[in-house]
Structure formats: structure tokens, C-alpha cells
Design a protein around this ligand. Structure first.
Ligand code: EPU
Length: 416
């Protein structure tokens, strides 16, 4: 298992380019199920999750080809309608095949995802929505078995805005008979990006990016030829890395408009950020100031950035209160940050972070993707060597992270 070693204390300087968004490309890949022919997706990051989704689509009957930063997905017929446990346990986003398979073939058999390191993460809202659209759903031996001659448009209200739930139902509704209205839908930029991609395939969708999405089903969709949006969480992770190292970094190819909550909080913490079109310039202060954050659905502060922000707050001047409202167990990085000298106390969904003047490198263990990223951010500022184990979590969601950090001057290497 690979490890990453970081010798901290270098001020990051230079320019870095942001890759395509993991959480946008995964639903886009499953949207390919909705049409037959050759689908092309551009600006695709080379990530483990992308390869896992490619293998799942190959299992379903697609030719999958990833070259440079482009995916080609070809299919004439769907040869299998199941997503086996081995895929779903490796990557929960596999559940995104459920809606499109059901809409295209009238059937789907998808392993029910179990709990995950960050929370129970049920998919009851995906199932509720498909049932409202007339699907018959049975849970059997750990699998969701869904069938429907043709899905029918319906009015669906989500108790909680769910990102992949909104995406699954939007894809299902795109080929349904009649109009579907999704209320209290997720507004994340990745949801809006999927809607734009579906519209380019011929779908009739209004309101994506707001809490109410209206989809008029059509009979056919054409294949996809679409460019993925930049990864806002990768962008924010580089902002945090620059901020914590008193760095001076230019970030290219981002969409600053997707990062308002994060940029506001970084500014409150004393970080200087300027933006021009797709470029961000970031300068870290001599000492960060403590600020409080509460994670919320978009446009609120994203849960996917909570861990990295906490690493920064571990070194800030003052006490920061960090509240995690989305996932019930997303504080696994706290114990690891403490091993590096951070002063953090967790009570329920709240972490109280008392800033210390320095962190010290230590061997630490990554428990999930964003927790790993927070350990990288902390390691960049810590004194001495931090060795991060279980780097495969990081490889799920950050393209060439150590190479990108190296070009900014970081002393970082992968230990095979
Ligand atoms: N929820 C339910 N029932 C459902 C669906 C969700 O109760 O049927 C709850 C969840 O347990 C959670 C909340 O609703 O408390 C929001 O979860 P959501 O469904 O929005 O999460 P997700 O779609 O499973 C996506 C991202 C996550 C990101 C969350 C929140 C993808 C592939 N994954 O997950 O990304 O944290 O939205 O923004 O888009 C990551 O990239 O590290 C990551 C975990």
C-alpha cells in the first residue's frame, strides 16, 4: 500500500491547474446509459473512482476508453442490468447507475450500499423517488431490484437535499413519460452540470441549480459530448494548502463562482484571495485567524472541505467551532490531527479547535478521501516528516496531487 511522506514547513509558491471534478464526471459517465452510441467526455481527471465507474460500465456492456483526459464510452445494447456488490462497496457512487438503467431498460439490480467511514448514508430517498415514478422495488439479498415498463413523471419532495439522489432521479425522469418535479432538490454545481449535459443530449430540464427542478420526459436522448466542470473541492484544497503554508499561489482553470462560501471563510481567516476569470491568487497570512464553520448543502460551506479547513484552524490564532451537519461520522481526521499536536475536542457534531502555534509531523492514517486531504494540508505546515498511510483514499479523488504540490515547491514523495 502506498504512503506519502511530506517534510513540512515550505511556503508553497507558483501556479497549479485544477482538474475536472470527480463528483461531476461520475454522474456524467452514468448518463451515457441513457443513449446508445458513442459518448465523449472531456476534461476527465485520472482517478481511481473514474476507473471503477469505467469498469462498472464495461460490466453493463460499454466499451470504456480513457486516454489523456478524455473518456469514450460506446454502447449499442445494454448487456447486463446489475451493479454487483464488488463495485458498490468500492465506490458508493456506483448507485448512480440505478436511475439511468431503469429508465433505459426497465430494469436494474443494484447492490445496496452499506454504511461508510463518514456515516450511514442511506439511499431511501432515491428509492422513494423511483417508486413515486411507478417503479416496483424489492430489496432482496442485499440488492435493490427495480422494474418499470416505463417510468412516469411525478412530483417528488426530498426531506433532505441529496446530491446523488437528485442526480439519479433527474436521469430517470429525463426518459420518463410526462413531467417530474423535484422539490428541495440539491443545488450543487455538479447537479447543474449533469443537467446541462442531459440538456445537450436532448433532455428538457429547467431549474437545475435551484431547489426545484422540472423535467419533461422525452422519448430518446442522443449521446454525450461534454466537458466536465473544474473540481471545486480540489481548488479549495489548494487554497487551504497555500493558506496554511503562508504561500503565494496562482490557481488556474477553476470556477471561483462555485467557491463563494469557502472563499468568504478563507478571507475571514486572513487569507488574501483575488480572482480574475478562471484564475485565483492566494496569499497566506503569517498566522491564520480562527473562524467558525457549519457545513451545509450548497451554497453553504461544503462538508467535503470541512476536514481540510479544520487542518488550517488547528494552527490558527484563537478557537474555532466546526459543526458538521451533513454526515454523522465525518470527524475521523480529528484523532490523526491530534497525533500531530492539534488541540481538538469533539462533542456530537461539533469540534472545538484551539489553534496551536505549531504542528509536528507524525505517522498518520487516512480514513477517507477528504480526511486524507486534511492530513496532507496539515503535513505541509507541520515541522518534520508526516507519513500518510492508506493513500489509496487520496487517489480516489485527487489527480496527481503529489506532482502538483511538488511543482509548488512542497517536499513530498510517494513511498511505494
Ligand atoms: N441521505 C438520506 N437518504 C438518502 C440520501 C441521502 O438520508 O436517500 C442523507 C445522507 O445520509 C446525508 C445527506 O442526506 O446525511 C446528504 O447526502 P447526499 O445524498 O447529498 O450525499 P451523496 O450524494 O451520497 C455526494 C458526494 C459526496 C458529498 C455529498 C454531500 C458524489 C459522488 N458524492 O454524496 O462526496 O460529500 O454529496 O455534498 O457526488 C467526497 O467527494 O468526498 C464525497 C463524499
Amino acid at each position: 500500500m502506498d504512503k506519502i511522506e511530506i517534510i513540512g514547513g515550505v511556503r508553497l509558491r507558483g501556479e497549479v491547474t485544477i482538474s475536472g471534478a470527480k463528483n461531476a464526471v461520475l454522474p456524467l459517465m452514468t448518463a451515457a446509459i441513457l443513449s446508445s452510441g458513442e459518448n465523449i467526455i472531456h476534461n476527465v481527471p485520472h482517478l481511481r473512482d473514474v476507473r471503477t465507474m469505467g469498469s462498472l460500465l464495461a460490466h453493463i456492456g460499454f466499451g470504456f476508453h480513457l486516454e489523456d483526459n478524455r473518456i469514450i464510452l460506446k454502447s449499442k445494447t445494454i448487456t447486463s442490468v446489475d451493479a454487483p456488490y464488488d463495485f458498490v462497496k468500492t465506490m458508493r457512487a456506483s448507485v448512480l447507475v440505478l436511475g439511468p438503467l431503469l429508465a433505459r431498460t426497465g430494469q436494474a439490480k443494484v447492490s445496496l450500499p452499506g454504511g461508510c467511514a463518514i456515516g450511514a448514508r442511506p439511499i431511501n430517498l432515491h428509492i422513494m423517488g423511483l417508486e413515486k415514478m411507478g417503479a416496483k422495488i424489492k430489496l432482496s439479498e442485499g440488492y435493490i431490484e427495480a422494474s418499470a415498463k416505463r417510468l412516469k413523471g411525478a412530483k417528488i419532495y426530498f426531506d433532505i437535499p441529496t446530491v446523488t439522489g437528485t442526480e439519479n432521479l433527474m436521469m430517470a425522469a429525463a426518459l420518463a413519460d410526462g413531467t417530474t418535479v423535484l422539490e428541495n432538490a440539491a443545488c450543487e454545481p455538479e447537479v447543474a452540470d449533469l443537467a446541462n449535459a442531459l440538456i445537450s443530449m436532448g433532455a428538457d430540464i429547467e431549474g437545475a441549480g435551484t431547489r426545484v427542478i422540472k423535467i419533461n420526459g422525452v422519448n430518446r436522448l442522443k449521446p454525450l459530448d461534454y466537458t466536465v466542470i473544474p473540481d471545486r473541492i480540489e481548488t479549495a484544497t489548494f487554497l487551504a494548502a497555500a493558506a496554511i503554508t503562508q504561500g503565494d499561489v496562482k490557481i488556474k482553470g477553476s470556477r471561483p463562482g462555485h467557491l463563494e462560501a469557502i472563499i468568504n471563510k478563507l478571507k475571514e481567516a486572513g487569507v488574501k484571495i483575488t480572482q480574475k476569470n478562471d484564475k485565483l491568487s492566494v496569499k497566506g497570512p503569517e498566522r491564520l485567524l480562527s473562524v467558525d464553520i457549519k457545513t451545509m448543502p450548497y451554497p453553504g460551506f461544503p462538508t467535503d472541505m470541512q476536514a481540510q479547513f479544520m487542518a488550517m484552524m488547528a494552527l490558527a490564532d484563537g478557537t474555532s467551532i466546526i459543526t458538521e451537519n451533513i454526515f454523522e461520522n465525518r470527524f475521523m481526521h480529528v484523532a490523526e490531527l491530534r497525533r500531530m499536536g492539534a488541540d481538538i475536542v469533539v462533542e456530537g457534531s461539533t469540534a472545538t479547535v484551539k489553534g496551536v502555534s505549531s504542528l509536528k509531523g507524525a505517522p498518520v492514517m487516512a480514513t477517507d478521501l477528504r480526511a486524507s486531504a486534511s492530513l496532507v494540508v496539515a503535513g505541509l505546515a507541520a515541522k518534520g516528516a508526516t507519513v500518510i498511510d492508506r493513500v489509496y483514499h487520496l487517489d480516489r479523488g485527487y489527480e496527481k496531487i503529489e506532482e502538483k504540490l511538488k511543482t509548488l515547491g512542497a517536499k513530498i514523495r510517494r513511498i511505494k
